[in-house]
Design a protein around this ligand. Sequence first.
Ligand SMILES: C[S@@+](CC[C@H](N)C(=O)[O-])C[C@H]1O[C@@H](n2cnc3c(N)ncnc32)[C@H](O)[C@@H]1O
Length: 234
Amino acid sequence: MSFDEPDAPASVPHPRGIRSYVRRAGRTTVGQAKAIEALGPQYLLPYRPETVDLAQAFGRDAPTILEIGFGMGEATAHIAALMPEQNFLCCEVHPPGVGALLKRIGEQGLSNIRIVEHDAVEVLDRMLPEASLAGVHIFFPDPWHKARHNKRRLVQPPFVTKLLRCLRGGGYIHCATDWEPYAVQMLEVLAAQPALRNTAEGFAPRPEYRPLTKFENRGIRLGHGVWDVVFEKL
Ligand SMILES: C[S@@+](CC[C@H](N)C(=O)[O-])C[C@H]1O[C@@H](n2cnc3c(N)ncnc32)[C@H](O)[C@@H]1O
């Protein structure tokens, strides 16, 4: 399950590297716009290039999981409802997705999610304190199938170094993808980090908290594979 990738131009200049996303077209629905208006002030955390106080942002001190690229927020809302004792800091650059997750927050009465509508790489670099995260979820990141676009993939050594700064000891990184070459890359990149240990031998069984979304179900029906990778910080 991957969203369309544009053929060109692939490289949008970025001050600190190459972006892992393109701004996709897509309209915010009336329902999503209403959710943004009603719930945005409470649940949107504006991006600022300064360290954020997570306890203040969530109104409580609790273990915080960072989700990068939540899409329309289907898995996010499911997991946040399943784990009310955890805080979920969720980054997405696609405005309709932000509206969709806010709508779910309203419908499901979730209080443990905060959304940053911004590039997660900058959020990691500029906003998050050292050792502030108990976990990181990266579900179906843009696969960037073509060889010349592979450099835009999120899960690469410099990005993992950024994650490791923000992750506390015992914290985990959970990635999932339906694109096998990227799954292999995830495994290799994470296994190469001496500060991480694989929780499985190779690919991990899907942790129960990660739901099968409708895209994934469709993929499975079509015979496509999905790979989970779960590493823990030593
Ligand atoms: C293929 S979609 C998967 C969405 C969702 N995780 C799912 O499983 O349905 C990848 C998402 O990651 C977002 N994304 C990619 N790079 C990002 C970044 N650096 N910061 C925040 N979001 C990003 C994209 O906008 C897109 O919505």
